[in-house]
Design a protein around this ligand. Structure first.
Ligand code: SF4
Length: 197
């Protein structure tokens, strides 16, 4: 079974999941999307209102901003990255998922990573950082510094929704993504082109 087929199989399971109470309050389970062979995986917190409507990750305002950042890096969703979240169902009023909800859902993310085998992980925001690496870590301290975890290069950075709330975070976030582009050239494609870095 190739990566695409393995993800399709997993998706069937996830779409019918009701392991935690988030499923009762959401419209659509948001599995994830992108190119599983791209080498980069982006991980956010959970679906918001627009994502819940469409069943796709990062399609609201924060997602549009993320697309702009990726474009500036020379990355496209359909080619270079795969995007998923810590929880696949929208928490009510976009609240932070509880530890119980995260624990219920995170095996799906582990399985996605096992199939995709990304070389570079971008953790967007505190929930992704704390959910995967260290429950006590602070995104403001950890961002911008490479971690090595499970054989992958991991870059914690701010969630794009945080940039919408506080535009002062745009500059440091861009510095983080420039490091990702440099790592992508080192690890995946030395010829990678970006007009901005
Ligand atoms: S959030 Fe995850 S564990 Fe909870 S119901 Fe949705 S898919 Fe299942």
């Amino acid at each position: 079974m190739n990566k695409v087929e393995a993800l399709e199989e997993l998706q069937k399971t996830v779409l019918s999941c009701d392991l935690c109470r988030l499923r009762q309050g959401c419209h659509k389970v948001v599995f994830g999307e992108g190119n599983p062979k791209g080498g980069i995986m982006l991980i956010g917190e959970g679906p918001g209102q627009e994502e819940d409507k469409q069943g796709r990750p990062f399609v609201g305002r924060a997602g549009q901003l993320l697309d702009k950042i990726l474009e500036a890096c020379g990355f496209q969703r359909s080619e270079h990255v795969y995007i998923a979240n810590i929880v696949k169902c929208r928490p009510p009023q976009n609240r932070v998922p509880t530890p119980e909800e995260r624990i219920s859902c995170i095996p799906y993310l582990y399985k996605q990573m096992e199939i995709i085998e990304p070389k570079i992980l971008i953790l967007m925001g505190a929930t992704a950082l704390q959910g995967l690496i260290d429950p006590k870590a602070r995104i403001s301290k950890a961002r911008g510094q490479w971690l090595k975890w499970e054989g992958k290069w991991v870059m914690p950075t701010y969630h794009p929704a945080a940039l919408l709330r506080n535009p002062n975070l745009k500059r440091p976030t861009w510095e983080d993504y420039k490091k990702v582009v440099a790592k992508y050239r080192e690890e995946i494609n030395p010829q990678h082109y970006s007009a901005h870095c």
